[in-house]
Design a protein around this ligand. Structure first.
Ligand code: RUQ
Ligand code: CUA
Length: 765
């Protein structure tokens, strides 16, 4: 049965079901289809992507956020957006660029000492083990300011930015080698590698391209710039890159355009770059032996440029690690097949993809069978000696991804606005589908690993035009989800992406990701180390020295300790705040009026905010996450006294409250605490009568409730103490606080009880 027939059979079954069922209200499915103008095919597509509440996606996709300098995480097949990850750009929700710790990460990305608050992110890469995605780390490049960001996938946070020491523009990154030994970054527009000035008249001699291999230390989760190196390349505009795998492991491949080495100058009366850079029929694929290059660098064959090891073109040629192959003009993507045997190149101005054979390339190199040399002395292998097959697909082939089925690939056709499916072993087109509109990259599930998962393809389209409700001249991007499980590709879903041009996206099976739920208490999430300034509840303090006030505080539902911080005009004030929660998703925020501060404190995290209190005044601070019923009360004051004025006397009884309390108030509060305690005892009784210890989420909740009950006991003690002194004011307030902790404990306890009931806990006593 063909797929369409199968679909309509299933839809018909669905339909007949709905005709007899009124479970979803008065309207039948048939009526609904009519009202919303939906076909059976639409219903099938909807059923393939719809994910009911609480459901999980099969894959998580990491898309570049283009000009936003961020990344976007979404699910496949639901196409629900889960998160943005800030990389090169400050992002207040995550406190990135607002807490001192992340400011240090962003500062690693300064170029020429200048702060940059954006990036042109292009190509994400997931760390690999033996060529398979391992779900540990994520890398992304910045085309405008050659940099690589490192994201740790245990918490989806950026922990490192490295600046390329010799490039002024790049594009061929981030691509990882099969065991993430190196992260590859390749130049785009040539410039002098030493970063100095040279006139365009000296383009051929002074301008250069390069490819950088950034050494990655997996244990530390960090790139090691001191162990990284580059290879000098001719001043062509190098483009995308890919690492070899399997038989081609140890080699890397990158395209180039503008091998004419044209320098433009419309204003000088010369034809523009676009004419001068597309004059030749072919450009040049670069083939590089990076494993041998790394050995040459170890053996001291590199020279230092800006303190960074660079192998010269001369050395690379002499040592036989750099070769060129003509490729159809203005190529774009270069993608190595899962078995590592083929290298597929798409040419923007071409109508076919070129499938190069790694075996043939190696044979030509072994036999020294070169047709010529480029002007820099690099041997050129004849195209026909390296080519396996050319497959005519349509206009403007750009990028290629692979299927789980052997020999099946998908290539985007930019000019035709289509995706072509073909057999690259046989050189045969299998299917084509229209997309909307002008596709750039495309992506299949784990589609550039050694074991692609097939199933879905996402088309990343440059133009959306008429696909969505209009929102002004700047349109959202369009990610289109395509079902590739059958013989024919089927379009399932259009997702508008409202951030930046997402060049590339990678998707990984969700079961390979193991993100944590909370941090070990007092973690600096940006360094992943224990934060030296974290404190436990009960040991909060304020340290003062001349001109400096340092606050060591905590946040837990629903208060910030301390609540009043008084400083003098001109003081430097640093808050080190720890979220003392253990409960899942109990994040607190911390914002101060007028000082550009917003922290995100996830459970266990410590972060610091630094301000200079240069203007006297009263500045409320508060929690920016609706964390509990008394979230609005999670507040405090930064009091900035005018210079030279005296500190106010601060004691428990000096403040003037709006309300005075009597013994009757105290008795009433005490009674309601005792009633609440009865409820808590019941819930605790239920939980402990089950095998709750078999359920990790419940054990965590019980830990959290225990914390709250300990706080409750201490507040109760204080209330009791003041009652003995007949200080009804303090006694009533502390009894109120006792009740607050009880409510939180009860809330957690009820969540645990519901979980146990829903997951079939057993009675054990
Ligand atoms: S590149 S399509 Cu970086 Cu193709 Cu955008
Ligand atoms: Cu903590 Cu709102």
């Amino acid at each position: 049965m063909n797929l369409l027939l199968k679909c309509s059979a299933a839809a018909a079954a669905l339909l007949s079901l709905s005709l007899t069922s009124t479970a979803f209200g008065a309207e039948t499915l048939e009526q609904l289809m009519k009202r919303r103008n939906l076909t059976q095919k639409d219903l099938m597509a909807a059923a393939k992507t719809y994910t009911p509440t609480g459901g999980r996606d099969e894959f998580l996709a990491f898309a570049s956020g283009g000009q936003a300098g961020q990344m976007i995480v979404y699910g496949v097949p639901s196409m629900r957006i889960y998160k943005y990850i800030s990389v090169f750009t400050p992002e207040p929700w995550q406190g990135f660029g607002f807490d001192e710790e992340s400011k240090k990460v962003l500062a690693q990305g300064k170029v020429d000492g200048k702060d940059l608050t954006w990036g042109d992110t292009h190509h994400p890469a997931i760390s690999e083990t033996n060529g398979d995605y391992d779900g540990q780390y994520l890398f992304i490049n910045d085309k405008a300011n050659p940099r690589i960001g490192v994201i740790n996938l245990h918490d989806f946070e950026t922990t490192q930015i490295v600046v390329n020491p010799i490039m002024r523009s790049e594009h061929g990154g981030a691509f990882v080698t099969p065991n993430t030994e190196y992260v590859i970054e390749t130049t785009q527009y040539p410039a002098p590698l030493d970063g100095k000035y040279a006139p365009l008249e000296e383009f051929n001699d002074k301008f250069r391209g390069a490819i950088t291999y950034w050494k990655f230390n997996r244990e530390k989760g960090k790139i090691e710039p001191e162990n990284s190196f580059s290879i000098e390349l001719p001043p062509y505009s190098q483009d995308l890159a890919d690492a070899g795998k399997g038989p081609s492991d140890g080699w890397s491949f990158n395209n180039s355009f503008c091998t004419e080495r044209y320098v433009g100058g419309i204003e000088r009366g010369r034809p523009p770059f676009e004419a001068g850079c597309s004059a030749n029929d072919t450009d040049l694929l670069h083939v590089i032996n990076w494993k041998k290059a790394a050995e040459l660098v170890k053996a001291g064959k590199a020279t230092k440029i800006n303190g960074h090891d660079v192998l010269s073109i001369k050395t690379a040629v002499e040592e036989g690690i750099l070769f060129l192959i003509p490729e159809s003009k203005s190529p774009h993507g270069v993608d190595v097949s899962p078995d590592g045997k083929y290298i597929i190149v798409g040419g923007k101005l071409d109508s076919a993809v070129s499938v190069f054979s790694f075996d043939k390339i190696m044979a030509a190199i072994k036999d020294k069978k070169f047709s010529s040399k480029d002007p820099y002395g690099i041997p050129i292998i004849d195209m026909k000696d390296a080519l396996h097959v050319q497959v005519p697909l349509g206009l403007g082939p750009l990028h290629t991804q692979f299927d789980s089925k052997p020999c099946v690939a998908y290539t985007s056709l930019y000019v035709d606005s289509m995706v072509a499916k073909y057999d690259y072993c046989e050189g045969k087109v299998l299917d084509k589908i229209s997309i909307h509109y002008n596709i750039g990259h495309l992506m299949t599930m784990e589609g550039d690993s050694v074991h692609p998962k097939g199933k879905y393809l996402v088309a990343l389209n440059k133009l959306a035009i008429d696909r969505f409700n209009p929102v002004g001249p700047l349109h959202p991007q369009n990610h289109q989800l395509i079902d590739i499980s059958g013989d024919k590709m089927e379009l399932l879903y259009d997702m508008p992406v409202p951030l930046g041009e997402p060049h590339y996206v990678v998707a990984i099976s969700q079961d390979k990701l193991k993100p944590s739920v909370r941090y070990p208490y007092g973690t600096d999430s940006r360094t992943e180390q224990k934060h030296p300034q974290s404190v436990r509840p009960g040991s909060e303090r304020i340290d003062r020295s001349p001109g400096k006030v340092e606050v060591f505080g905590t946040l837990i539902r629903s208060h910030i300790t301390p609540e009043i911080v008084e400083v003098e005009e001109g003081d430097e004030v640093i808050f080190h705040l720890t979220n003392a929660e253990r409960a899942e998703d109990e994040t607190h925020g911390f914002a101060i009026n007028a000082h550009n501060i917003n922290l995100s404190l996830e459970p266990g995290k410590t972060a610091s905010a630094r301000i200079v209190a240069d203007r006297p005044g009263v500045y409320p601070y508060y929690c920016t996450e609706f964390c509990s019923a008394l979230h609005l009360e999670m507040q405090g004051y930064l009091m900035v006294r005018p210079k030279g004025t005296k500190a106010t006397a601060a004691s428990a009884t000096s403040a003037k409250e709006g309300q005075t309390y009597t013994k009757a108030d105290f008795d009433k509060q005490w009674k309601s605490c005792e009633d609440t305690q009865a409820v808590i005892d019941q819930v605790v009784g239920y939980i402990t009568s089950t095998n709750y210890k078999d359920f990790k989420p419940v054990v965590d909740l019980v830990d959290d409730a225990t914390d709250q009950l300990n706080f409750a006991a201490s507040a109760k003690g204080k209330a009791d103490e003041f009652a003995k002194q007949q200080n009804w004011q303090q006694a009533t307030l502390w009894a109120g606080q006792w009740w607050q902790y009880q409510v939180k404990a009860a809330d957690i306890g009820l969540r645990a009880k519901t979980y146990l009931e829903e997951h079939g806990a057993k009675k054990i006593k």
